[in-house]
Design a binder for this molecule. Structure first.
Ligand code: OSB
Ligand code: MG
Length: 384
């Protein structure tokens, strides 16, 4: 199943040696959204993000945990991530061991990929910053312009939805995703398609359907969608394979994929033709690169999802998309789509061709503005 004879995309990274960590802090910030973000599961009105701050030899690095305060997207929450990071993961971080060894230690902690990614990302960003190179350089990848994509939440009216799509098209987004749910799907997609016959369009159901809805979902085949994301529940990999056999449109898995092994299993049974890789959900950048590499060898498209992150997590997703196998525009949109004021110095902006430039500079490129973090902090603690 897993192709052999191709170089592992993470071999060099696994050999990277960890520096001494002088301090480690967890800082939770709360940023109001410019507008509520609705999915079939929940409506969020702000982003409560737990940040990790590492200090080593006078160099500081920030990462962001992609969990929410609630378990409505994933089982992990900011509270579980804090527990797992503080009590189990951070104590495993020792100077002189390699990233590969750290991953081996982390494997003893089952699940909790978002917590693991928070620590791994912070270390990678720290090491890149110490070496004076951008994060994508540490990942072994050259710079490139990143394609953009907008995720449009559920709206109260079709006029609002059409307005949001119109603004996205005018901005030059490379593709548009619209959230759907039972009872707010086929007719809403038709309304968008009638008005925008050519826009690359996809839908995301966040698991709102069951196999009993297969006949209904088949109606989506008429709209030339690039894919249907996570129509069935997070646990329904087998059921997605059945549904994929009934639909012409490609299925994309999001919530169902937590690891390389999940991705290999899903692909091998035909449960999807596309994978949304969220680096947090799969435990970090290395596992993300492995999944994208595997998929590339099997003709499966991969794109980077988002968790409506602050500028810290947003920058991580941008760097990740330089990796081999990220073949489609992701959920990488302008900062202004979510926040009036972010906690980093440079907002994400599309260029005049709809691409996103990688923020320049060592590490993330984007720099955290301490006063803005302070202004938004609701909780802070020093772990080391
Ligand atoms: O399903 O992809 C999802 C946001 C929060 C939780 C789940 C999802 C999303 C998005 C937004 O679709 C992605 C983004 O713009 O960051
Ligand atoms: Mg999704």
């Amino acid at each position: 199943m897993i192709p052999t004879g191709r170089l592992s995309p993470t071999a060099a990274l696994e050999a990277v040696v960890l520096p001494r960590i002088d301090h480690a802090d967890l800082v939770t910030v709360k940023l109001p959204f410019v507008a509520p973000f609705g999915t079939s599961v929940h409506v969020w009105t702000d982003k409560e993000a737990m940040l990790m701050r590492l200090e080593s030899g006078g160099v500081t690095a920030w990462s962001e945990c992609v969990s929410d305060p609630d378990p409505f997207y994933a089982y992990e929450t900011n509270t579980t991530a804090r527990h797992i990071i503080r009590d189990f993961l951070l104590p495993l971080v020792e100077p002189g061991i390699t990233l590969g060894e750290l991953e081996g230690r982390f494997r003893h902690v089952r699940g909790h990929g978002m917590a693991k990614a928070t620590v791994e990302n912070a270390l990678l960003i720290l090491i890149a910053t110490q070496r004076g190179i951008p994060l994508h350089g540490l990942l072994g990848r050259p710079a490139k312009r990143i394609p953009s994509g907008l995720s449009i939440g559920l709206k109260d009216t079709r006029e609002e939805l059409l307005g949001a799509v119109e603004r996205a098209v005018a901005k030059g987004y490379h593709r548009v995703k619209m959230k759907v749910r039972k009872g707010q799907d086929v007719d809403w997609v038709r309304a968008v398609r009638d008005r925008f016959p050519d826009v690359p369009l996809m839908v995301d159901a966040n698991g709102d359907y069951t196999l009993a809805d297969a006949d209904h979902l088949r109606q989506l085949d008429q709209f030339n969608l690039t894919m249907v994301e996570q129509p069935l529940s997070y646990s329904d990999i087998i059921e997605h394979a059945s549904l994929q056999r009934e639909l012409k449109t490609a299925l994309c898995l999001d919530e169902s994929i937590h690891s390389l092994a999940d991705a290999a299993a899903a692909i091998s049974i035909g449960a999807c033709r596309v994978i949304n890789v969220k680096q947090g959900r799969v435990g970090g950048l290395l596992e993300s690169m492995r999944i994208a590499h595997l998929a590339a060898g099997l003709g499966i498209d991969v794109w980077s999802g988002g968790m409506d992150e602050t500028g810290v997590g947003r920058a991580v997703n941008i760097h990740l998309q330089t990796a081999e196998g990220f073949t489609l525009p992701g959920d990488t949109s302008e900062t202004a789509n979510y926040f009036d004021e972010d906690i980093v110095d440079q907002p994400v902006l599309l260029d005049d061709e709809g691409f996103i430039p990688i923020p320049e500079g060592p590490g993330l490129g984007a720099r955290v503005v301490p006063e803005r973090v302070l202004k938004r902090t609701i909780r802070a603690e020093r772990l080391r």
